[in-house]
Design a protein around this ligand. Structure first.
Ligand SMILES: NC(=O)C1=CN([C@@H]2O[C@H](COP(=O)(O)OP(=O)(O)OC[C@H]3O[C@@H](n4cnc5c(N)ncnc54)[C@H](OP(=O)(O)O)[C@@H]3O)[C@@H](O)[C@H]2O)C=CC1
Ligand SMILES: O=C1O[C@H](COP(=O)(O)O)[C@@H](O)[C@H](O)[C@H]1O
Length: 500
């Protein structure tokens, strides 16, 4: 890991695709504008379209322009570093032309042989490309070689293992950067600092003082045009296996011995090792799956999942999942972690709520409707921040109670400066910092846990609960918490709280 401005040739497979256009070019431009990239970089875009370098540059300029009003000279100079190779990645021979251009740019821009290969392509190509990169000699340069790989990383443990073995024949584990874009989110990275940078939290961050943890990631969008992928994945593979478990790991991990990526990832993986795995009966009791029905959102009727384009009308795909999980270790024994995520829910929000236990004696709250437990809310999105709910006394009125909130908003004043997840992750990769990428042991264990659930869904008659679009999911997800004496805390908006 180093902090100097990295020089590298970035080879972007999938350069004409949606992810590259919407996220990756704007992210690279931000790095360039902030001087986290200097003139020593080149990007080679790969796709099947017959683009010239010029056409590709126009595309890159258009993509950047969609994200803000930037000086055209700066954008043009940035785009001049972009080159395009039309090729079919399944054709081994086409890599020769790629190699030639990469070697040439290496010397034109003095890139020291450093290469970042970014696979922004459908997963069926994840194994093929690294194999050809190695067999055709693209991994033999004098500099570093890093492989960035998009999601999904397999669809179960067996397929993920097979893919991983294939990758490791071309790139060692320390050169493989598996993207989970939630790990690039500002407030997900902040969890570590909030916990380990504040003695008041770390000392009570355990089962003596915390009664439960809730993590919600709700979306208002439906399946959109991704049915062919989503029909096979559902919310459980799309969100729970990766983003939701990653957030749970960040909340639950032990303090690392330092900030080295290995030390942090070692602690995260220990959380997964302590995760309670469920048998089929336990899956039925602890995991709720749902699917959206027709409903009303912003005054408009939206269709049921089964009526969406390219969805099987008899589909049993989960568009919602709520899970009660337990981390059976000294710190967390007995503390339920509730995770829920879904599409077509009432709000777009990601929030973590840490609920603290009530004090040992009910001096104030026994007959008081206003009493609420202390909550620490970590607002991941859309606004980023923290809120701490406390109880106080309203002016002059004793012994009444008034719940109050202490709020901090990370992006309210300086909105434009919050780096996008992809900007941070690409920068980290260029610097060789793998902290916020997923290591193979994390991926394998998370698949093992998820396979237990999906196998139970296949083998047992476990219901799929329907929920109306525009709600927070099926009633059964609420009952999951009610059984334990809890209720889901609705996501709040820290900006509104501050402005009240
Ligand atoms: N889009 C998003 O918001 C997100 C995407 N991802 C992941 O990113 C990856 C890419 O997604 P996305 O950008 O949406 O996909 P798209 O379908 O929009 O783009 C696919 C890209 O692959 C190229 N391609 C396809 N087949 C070949 C081939 N045989 N040889 C060379 N190039 C080929 C296409 O080029 P051409 O058309 O020129 O052939 C295109 O550039 C996926 O793994 C996805 O899961 C992850 C999170 C969010
Ligand atoms: O990975 C994915 O994430 C998005 C949600 O990401 P967010 O940053 O907007 O919260 C989700 O819509 C998509 O289905 C999934 O593949």
């Amino acid at each position: 890991m180093d902090n100097h401005i990295p020089e590298a040739c970035i080879v972007l497979f999938g350069a004409t695709g949606d992810l590259a256009h919407r996220k990756l070019y704007p992210a690279l431009f931000q790095l360039y504008q902030k001087e986290k990239l200097n003139e020593k970089f080149a990007v080679i875009g790969v796709g099947r379209k017959d683009f010239s370098h010029e056409k590709f540059r126009e595309d890159v300029i258009a993509s950047v322009a969609k994200t803000g009003d930037f000086p055209s000279e700066k954008v043009d100079t940035f785009a001049s570093h972009f080159y395009f190779i039309p090729m079919d990645v399944t054709n081994e021979k086409s890599y020769h032309q790629l190699k030639e251009l990469a070697d040439e740019l290496d010397s034109t821009y003095s890139l020291n042989g450093n290469r970042m290969y970014y696979l922004a392509m459908a997963p069926q190509f994840f194994g093929t490309i690294p194999t050809f990169l190695k067999s055709e000699g693209l991994t033999e340069t004098s500099g570093w070689q890093r492989l960035v790989i998009e999601k999904p990383f397999g669809h179960d443990l067996a397929s993920a293992t097979e893919l991983n073995e294939q990758l490791q024949r071309s790139f060692p584990e320390e050169s493989i950067y598996r993207i989970d874009h939630y790990l690039g989110k500002e407030m997900v990275q902040n969890i570590q600092v909030i916990r380990f940078g504040n003695a008041i939290f770390e000392s009570i961050w355990n089962n003596k003082y915390i009664s439960s943890v809730q993590i919600t990631s709700s979306e208002t969008l439906g399946v959109e045009d991704r049915a062919s992928y989503y029909e096979k994945s559902g919310a459980i593979l799309d969100m729970l296996q990766n983003h939701m478990l990653q957030m749970a790991m960040m909340v639950a991990m032990e303090p690392p011995g330092g900030l080295d990526p290995k030390l942090i990832r070692d602690e995260k993986v220990k959380v997964l090792r302590a995760l309670r795995f469920y048998n089929e009966d336990e899956v039925a009791k602890n995991i709720i799956r749902g699917q959206y029905k027709e409903g009303s959102m912003n005054g408009k009727t939206v269709p049921a999942y089964v009526d969406e384009e390219n969805v099987d009308p008899a589909s049993k795909t989960d568009t919602f999942v709520a899970a009660r999980i337990f981390i059976d270790n000294f710190r967390w024994a007995g503390v339920p972690f509730y995770l829920r995520t879904g599409k077509r829910m009432a709000t777009k929000a990601t929030e973590i709520v840490v609920q603290f236990k009530n004090g040992p004696m009910a001096l104030y709250h026994e007959h008081n409707d206003h009493y609420q437990p202390n909550l620490l809310r970590i607002h991941i999105q859309p606004d980023e921040g923290l809120s701490l709910s406390l109880n106080a006394k309203p002016q002059g009125d004793f012994p009444a109670l008034l719940p109050i909130n202490m709020n901090y908003c990370n992006n309210c004043q300086n909105e434009l400066n919050t780096p996008e997840a992809y900007e941070k992750l690409m920068h980290d990769c260029l610097q060789g910092n793998s902290t916020y990428f997923t290591r193979w042991d994390e991926v394998a264990l998370s698949w093992e846990f998820i396979d237990g659930i999906t196998n139970a869904w296949k083998n047992k008659d476990i219901p799929l609960f329907k929920y109306s679009s525009g709600t927070m999911g099926p009633l059964e997800a609420e009952e999951l918490l009610n059984e334990d004496g809890y209720t889901w805390w609705p996501p709040t908006n820290v900006r509104n709280e501050i402005n009240q």
